[in-house]
Design a protein around this ligand. Structure first.
Ligand code: NAD
Length: 487
């Protein structure tokens, strides 16, 4: 990592997270905005035609290649700085446009991206010397990367991807989520403004005013695009992996949490609600269902209630399930499946409770909890809403068995609260997730109050894990025969 945090800085971030946990509220648009401009300021690097955007990103790639590492790092420093300064604007814009999440939490996510996304220090060469001379392996850019970004962390993902991809020496063109175009393109414009201010080219990264599945197809097929990076649900990850190009897929999860009877229950209750309610449960790593030992389940739910959780009955949960999950028909096969209602994803707990006639006017309210069985739709579906089902289990065998099943083989993220090393180890081995968080809120897994770098593109299906600059490189070898060894 290029950034070495002091104790005081870490404490500051944790304090900001805690302070922010109750502070977010959706806001109405305060300015004119769409995919091409914000408040009358035309976005730089955003084009009507995807082919023009790819051409611009190709020029951006040439410009990055011409920069020294020091110049690249200067541009990245400027992006971090502007991201910090304009994080409240992007947070408000994101909530206004998508109607999802919380302003204060989204602000904190942008600051995390600015502070903890690795830059050029992540790119490391390897040297091998021996009887036959020296072999050098370097992490080289792919060229122009085509990136598909989600609606759940729109500008966060654009800026995080931009820093990593530029650090690796690539150009980038984005096909953002259609429901978050203004926010995503604000971030594209921010990267370009920062770049120009740091002495770089006017357009370094590019996007389109109206991204669609067709513009994504142009991206897949364009000869200049050498790497595709996709952050989104199963449909889009599948489409990118079928493109015939080298692709990085960061897909869906359904993170389970196990709490056994050795855990610090007071802390577990607070940590789980802190993580689960963060940005109204939009992060793909956030706690989605809990498997609690039966002898501590009541105490755990009581601790959750002390931390802003509102408990509903099973009957009320069943009523809510009929609203937050809707039938969706596959146009090709005609098969009808339950899917999350876009009107409910990322909404405040009070809004969701209002849908079943429960009206709570409490600023401390953060999350809805309910006791269910394993087969309940709240356990089986990735809701991305502040609704947390709790399933009682008899022992660790049952807990691990059910938690692994609930994760549905996504191998994304899992959590556990326990002091029993054997239990922790057994679950981590069985669930095989990219991220496994022990005794902390889920966001510790992406460096928020936890060690390690951050990313908003967690590539489980293709194996890069928590992506960083090095994930966007290809290895190249140079061999010097019989020389350059100094011993
Ligand atoms: P989504 O799947 O609805 O959309 C993602 C993007 O893909 C959008 O730009 C969308 O327009 C596009 N898209 C969808 N189908 C496509 C296709 N067939 N071809 C080309 N483009 C297509 O994602 P969302 O609702 O914004 O995000 C939520 C999902 O993404 C959740 O499942 C969440 O777990 C996952 N996610 C994963 C990560 C990660 O790092 N693993 C991060 C964020 C979100």
């Amino acid at each position: 990592m290029a950034i070495n945090w002091t104790e005081a800085q870490i404490e500051d971030v944790i304090a900001r997270v805690i302070k922010n946990l109750n502070g977010g509220e959706p806001v109405a648009p305060t300015a004119e905005w769409d995919g091409s401009q914000y408040n009358g300021r035309k976005y730089i690097g955003v084009y009507a035609d995807m082919n023009d955007a790819i051409d611009a990103a190709t020029e951006g790639y040439k410009a990055v290649r011409a920069m020294s590492l020091e110049e690249r790092e200067r541009v990245i420093f400027a992006i971090r700085d502007l991201c910090r300064k304009e994080s409240p604007i992007m947070a408000k814009l994101g909530v206004s446009e998508t109607k999802m999440g919380r302003v204060s939490h989204k602000t904190a996510k942008h600051i995390l991206v600015a502070d903890k996304t690795p830059g050029t220090a992540d790119i490391v060469a390897q040297a091998k010397t021996g009887d036959y001379g020296l072999t050098l392996t370097e992490m080289a850019p792919f060229g122009v990367v085509g990136s598909i970004t989600p609606s759940t962390n729109p500008s966060e993902t654009v800026i995080c991807n931009s820093i990593g991809m530029i650090a690796a020496g690539n150009g980038v063109v984005f096909n953002p989520h259609p429901n978050a175009i203004a926010t995503s393109n604000y971030a594209v414009d921010l990267v370009n403004r920062a770049c120009a201010a740091a002495g770089g080219p006017k357009v370094l990264v590019a996007s389109v005013i109206k991204p669609t599945l067709d513009t994504a197809q142009i991206m897949y097929k364009h000869p200049n695009i050498r790497l595709l990076v996709c952050t989104g649900g199963p449909g889009v990850v599948k489409s990118v992996l079928s493109s015939g190009k080298k692709a990085i897929g960061a897909g869906a999860g359904n993170p389970p949490v196990i709490v056994d009877d050795t855990a610090d229950i007071k802390k577990a209750g607070k940590d789980i609600i802190d993580g689960c309610s963060f940005d109204n449960n939009l992060p793909c790593i956030a706690e989605k269902e809990v498997f609690a030992f039966k002898n501590i389940a009541d105490e755990l739910m009581s601790e959750m209630q002390k931390n802003g959780a509102y408990k509903i009955t099973l009957e009320q949960a069943n009523e809510l399930a009929k609203i937050v999950l809707v039938d969706s028909k596959n146009p090709k096969t005609g098969v009808v499946k339950k899917t999350v209602s876009r009107d409910c994803v990322g909404r405040d707990a009070a809004v969701l409770l209002g849908k079943i006639g429960i009206h709570i006017d409490d600023p401390e309210l953060r999350c809805i909890i309910c006791e269910t069985d394993f087969n309940h739709p709240f356990v089986q579906h990735e809701l991305m809403m502040p609704i947390l089902p709790i399933v009682r289990v008899n022992n660790i065998d049952e807990a691990i068995d059910l938690a692994v099943k609930a994760e549905h083989g996504c191998r994304h993220t899992a959590h556990m609260h326990s002091k029993n090393i054997d239990h922790l180890t057994r679950f981590a081995r069985a669930v095989e997730t990219t991220i496994f968080v022990k005794n902390a809120p889920s966001y510790a897994g992406i460096g928020f109050g936890g060690e390690g770098h951050t990313t908003f593109t967690i590539a489980g299906p293709t194996g890069e894990g928590l992506t960083s600059a090095r994930s966007f490189t290809r290895f190249r070898r140079c061999v010097m025969s019989d020389s350059f060894r100094i011993i």
